[in-house]
Design a protein around this ligand. Sequence first.
Ligand code: ATP
Ligand code: MG
Length: 265
Amino acid sequence: MPSAAIETTELTKRYGSVTALESLSLSVTGGTVYGFLGPNGAGKTTTMRLLTTLSRPTSGTATVAGADITDRDAVAARIGYLPEEPPLYDELTGREQLTYVAGLRDLPDERTRERVAELTDLLDLDALDRRIEGYSSGMRRKLGFIQAVLHEPPVLFLDEPTNGLDPRAARTLRDTLDRLADGGTTVFLSTHVLPVVDEHADTVGVLSDGRLVAEGPPTELKRRAEGDGAGDRTLEEVFLEVTAEDPASEAAAEEPAAAEESTDG
Ligand SMILES: Nc1ncnc2c1ncn2[C@@H]1O[C@H](COP(=O)(O)OP(=O)(O)OP(=O)(O)O)[C@@H](O)[C@H]1O
Ligand SMILES: [Mg+2]
């Protein structure tokens, strides 16, 4: 496996005339946390769906954990994914859901029991024997996270993982990110919670209108050029600055939207 756990080259996704992602080239080192930021509609989820093989690029290439994203089975075997809406079966209990997913992953029963006990205890999910249809949104997210990490994948994709979590659960999840990366897991994380990336990301990438407009370690992005005012900027200031709309692109955005592609995913 190459040293980069995720590598994309000019990855592009268009839906009709809407360009959701434009020529994304990035490289994520194994065992690091990559924080993916960007305004609503910037293309973060689109990128995750391409890298997890749920959607196919219009052009460009990418590898995940050494597997090409055109090889769906190879990628699927090496990743965990927590999407914005975790894929859960309402009619199952949490435990049945996790057992089902562990079965798809060929995780031995004994190991499954250990992992489920460990992770539900960690995230304080005590409703494991209730049907998922009765879960709150935070409980669904916890279950979705557990489902994504159950099989200890080398590369983990998390789309807004702390969304809807109470402060204690969010703290636990954030600490878990560090532990995972220390253990060699590569974490690709999208969030709107800037302190999460500020504290946990080794590298931050900022998307705006489908383009990567800034990238680097948080400390580097925040560093102000010498003589350019006192002290460092906050990550929020950096975000607002690099994602500011220029008047030309605003005018373009007001043009009527074209037909959406509905055939994929
Ligand atoms: N299936 C689809 N069909 C048509 N357009 C889509 C589809 N999925 C995404 N888009 C468009 O692609 C662009 C990027 O959307 P995406 O969901 O990747 O944004 P995001 O960065 O995840 O935003 P958010 O922060 O709101 O989750 C948007 O303009 C969106 O409308
Ligand atoms: Mg999204």
